[in-house]
Ligand binder design. Structure first.
Ligand SMILES: Nc1ncnc2c1ncn2[C@@H]1O[C@H](COP(=O)(O)OP(=O)(O)OP(=O)(O)O)[C@@H](O)[C@H]1O
Length: 396
């Protein structure tokens, strides 16, 4: 058996596709960012007071996902810091990963070399420690809060308010904020005082078009993939697929990387359109799995009801789904939600593309919805059973 392991490992190590696969990973910040010259220039201009050790305006950056907001921000700060290392410090926090006010403050303190216990202190205490730390280091600190909508949606904008007021409490201007979001409407939901303070300056990142994505991919592929292992046709296809929804560079890079991984796994020496097509299916499957496994419990229970109901019928009505749902809720002893809520859940599942709920007119019986699956039964089953023990118990 260990022969098989050796065979797989040696075929991987002798890969003919990647020179440096890690250069295609999402967190890698490349040395050149084609088609972002305008945004880089504008950000450097806004940040330019740092050259005189003065605090830049707060800035709010928005644009759809994969438009280079994070890459450009990190690129600009890294390069400014290289040139003026003693003028400022910067801290980057992804608030989707560190998604509580406690974690965010702890991350910032740790980046500034302060030790923080994992729990146990109040956020007010952490904030007090942060102000003290800032007073001690007495230099400008640029705080980047990436994906801030994620944290604010869960915990409100209180922490942002405190950040925007911190300079008053410090008695001097030391904190400069960069807020990043891909939810364009997010800024409108903020407290007006936070909104005006955070968006002293604004920077918009438009989506890339297919040609721009081609340039980006070529640039990234040059260092990551052997020249003989890739063709213009493959690059063009990855760019075109990623430009179809909106010009998302992350999606384009993922397609290329996963296509390369598939080619390498299959012992090929070249990426072709076949591997790109396989990569598209694999990525879509992962996305659907992710959406399904993070659904709230009652949505998973409604999906279980649909899967069970469709075993004996080719389509279901809302009422039929609700009846099966009630039986299942009863079976595992959880309190059920109302039929109206189940109807809303069905609409939500329809909107994210997991089911189709078509309104049909049944004459004098009124209107109902015909419920069907829009993705494969296998993946729904796998995702909801693997992510929830109570749902799994309904299938054993
Ligand atoms: N102009 C570019 N040149 C090269 N790579 C790019 C460019 N723009 C984006 N990328 C790459 O695409 C990926 C996504 O970019 P980035 O994370 O900056 O997007 P984002 O706008 O912050 O998206 P999100 O809102 O989803 O975080 C990263 O791997 C980044 O390096």
């Amino acid at each position: 058996m260990s022969d098989i392991i050796d065979q797989v490992l040696s075929s991987l190590s002798k890969g003919k596709i990647f020179k440096a696969r890690e250069l295609l990973l999402p967190d890698y910040v490349p040395e050149t960012l084609p088609h972002r010259e305008t945004q880089i220039r504008k950000l450097v201009e806004i940040m330019s007071p740092l050259v005189r050790s003065e605090k830049p305006s707060n800035i709010f950056i928005y644009g759809l996902t994969g438009t280079g907001k994070t890459a450009v921000t990190k690129f600009v700060l890294k390069n400014l810091h290289k040139r003026f290392p003693s003028n400022f410090t910067y801290v980057y926090v992804n608030t989707r990963q560190s998604d509580t006010p406690y974690r965010i403050l702890a991350d910032i303190l740790e980046s500034l070399n302060s030790k923080v216990p994992f729990t146990g202190l109040s956020t007010a205490e952490l904030f007090r420690r942060l102000l003290k730390k800032l007073n001690d280091i007495d230099s400008i600190v640029v705080i980047v809060l990436d994906e801030i909508d994620a944290m604010v949606k869960k915990h409100g904008d209180d922490i942002l308010y405190r950040f925007t007021r911190a300079n008053n409490e410090l008695g001097k201007s030391l904190i400069s904020l960069i807020g990043i979001t891909n939810d364009v409407k997010f800024i409108e939901t903020l407290d007006p005082r936070v909104k005006s303070s955070l968006s002293e300056e604004e920077l918009v990142f438009p989506p890339y078009n297919a040609e721009e994505l081609e340039d980006i991919l070529k640039q990234r592929a040059k260092f990551a993939i052997y020249e003989e292992a890739i063709s213009d046709e493959v690059i063009r296809l990855c760019a075109a697929l990623a430009a179809r929804d909106h010009g998302d560079a992350r999606r384009a890079l993922d397609l290329l990387r996963v296509a390369g991984e598939i080619a390498e796994r299959e012992g090929k020496d070249k990426i072709t359109v076949t591997e790109v097509e396989k990569a598209r299916v694999e990525i879509e499957r992962d996305r659907v799995y992710e959406v399904l496994s993070t659904l709230p419990f009652h949505s998973k229970l409604v999906l279980t009801a649909i899967l069970k109901g469709l075993k004996s019928k080719s389509t279901l009505t809302t009422g039929e789904v609700y009846e099966i749902y009630l039986k299942l809720a009863n079976k595992i002893g959880v309190e059920n939600v109302t039929q109206r809520r189940v109807s809303d859940i069905l609409n939500e599942l329809d909107m994210v593309g997991i089911i189709t709920a078509k309104v049909v007119n049944r004459g004098r019986y009124g209107k109902t919805k015909e419920i069907n699956l829009a993705v494969s039964e296998d993946i729904i089953y796998k995702a909801i059973v693997e992510s929830d023990e109570r749902i799994a118990s309904l299938w054993s």
